[in-house]
Design a protein around this ligand. Structure first.
Ligand SMILES: [Zn+2]
Length: 303
């Protein structure tokens, strides 16, 4: 079944028409205004969905999957918490899109949508799968035996198993804990460490300095890589994973951080002859993972 996927990101909103194989017929990308209102967002989604599906607004009839950045309320219809777009908290986005487009809507978090997209693209599909998406922050989603566990709809990004620094130097995370993966290996954390180390030019400058074997850059990367290793091992040990997929902007722009992990995944505890092994996969869908995953979830909700 054809479906519309919507991925409302903190900086970019993507809307795409996706077929049931997960192939994209078309994806439109536009900047997300930090001041966008719920009314404006709903109008943009309804208009794009009608255009892409070749129908008139109000009679779109194509299922629409909407991925939102934050924590959802228990019925999964509204944002309970959205750090980057707080004005959308509580707004009935899913219900208003359904009413105005004449469609059935499914609402998920951005992490869930990207996880489902990458899971659907994996061949073969792993029985126990996680997607770790490292961009400005770090997002984590799980698929266990073909289903995403409903872990409070958006709180999986700061699971306790993602605490990777328990020393007294651990940095405070925005979730209130100390030492989350996000404080060590996210784009925001690495950009800050990069500036503290005297580099200007963001992650590309850090990658270039690492290639020149500058000790400070190597120290920053080694610390982030150790955190990533710990997170991957913890995720495996806790959930008995078969595969973890790594994606996001940091993964794309900082190969010195992830290439070694992908080539030689950390050995989880108990992974001797009797233990399970885990593979690390590179993400396949890039920035469209959320659009594709949201659309596939919307289509599968009707079957
Ligand atoms: Zn945290």
């Amino acid at each position: 079944m054809t479906a519309i996927g919507v991925d409302v990101g903190a900086t970019t909103t993507r809307i795409g028409l996706i077929d049931d194989a997960g192939d994209t017929a078309s994806v439109s990308r536009s900047p997300t205004s930090p001041h966008v209102t719920g009314v404006e967002l709903v109008a943009a989604i309804v208009g794009a969905a009608a255009r892409m599906s070749g129908s008139s607004p109000g009679d779109t009839r194509v299922p629409i999957g909407i991925a939102l950045p934050g924590i959802l309320d228990p019925p999964r219809r509204r944002l309970l918490r959205a750090v980057n777009l707080p004005q959308l908290e509580g707004f009935p986005i899913a219900a208003d899109v359904a009413d105005q487009a004449g469609s059935i809507t499914t609402c998920v978090t951005d992490a869930e949508a990207a996880t489902w997209g990458e899971f659907s693209a994996a061949e073969p599909r792993p029985a126990r799968f996680a997607h770790l998406r490292i961009g400005t922050g770090a997002a984590c989603g799980l698929v266990i035996d073909g289903h995403m566990p409903d872990m409070a709809a958006g709180r999986t990004n700061h699971l306790e198993v993602l605490v990777v620094d328990t020393s007294d130097k651990a940095r405070l995370c925005r979730c209130g804990r100390h030492g989350c993966l996000e404080t060590v290996a996210s784009g925001a954390a690495l950009a800050q460490r990069s500036v503290e180390a005297g580099y200007s030019g963001g992650l590309d400058a850090l990658q270039a300095a690492w290639q020149r074997a500058e000790p400070v850059a190597i120290e920053v990367i080694n610390e982030a890589r150790a955190g990533l290793d710990t997170a991957l091992r913890n995720l495996h040990d806790h959930f008995g994973l078969d595969a973890i997929c790594l994606g996001g902007g940091v993964v794309a722009h900082l190969p010195c951080l992830v290439d070694a992990v992908l080539a030689d995944p950390p050995r989880p505890a108990g992974s001797g002859s009797a233990g399970r092994t885990m593979s690390c996969l590179p993400a396949r869908l890039g920035d469209d993972a959320g659009v594709i995953g949201a659309a596939l979830l919307a289509a599968s909700a009707l079957t």
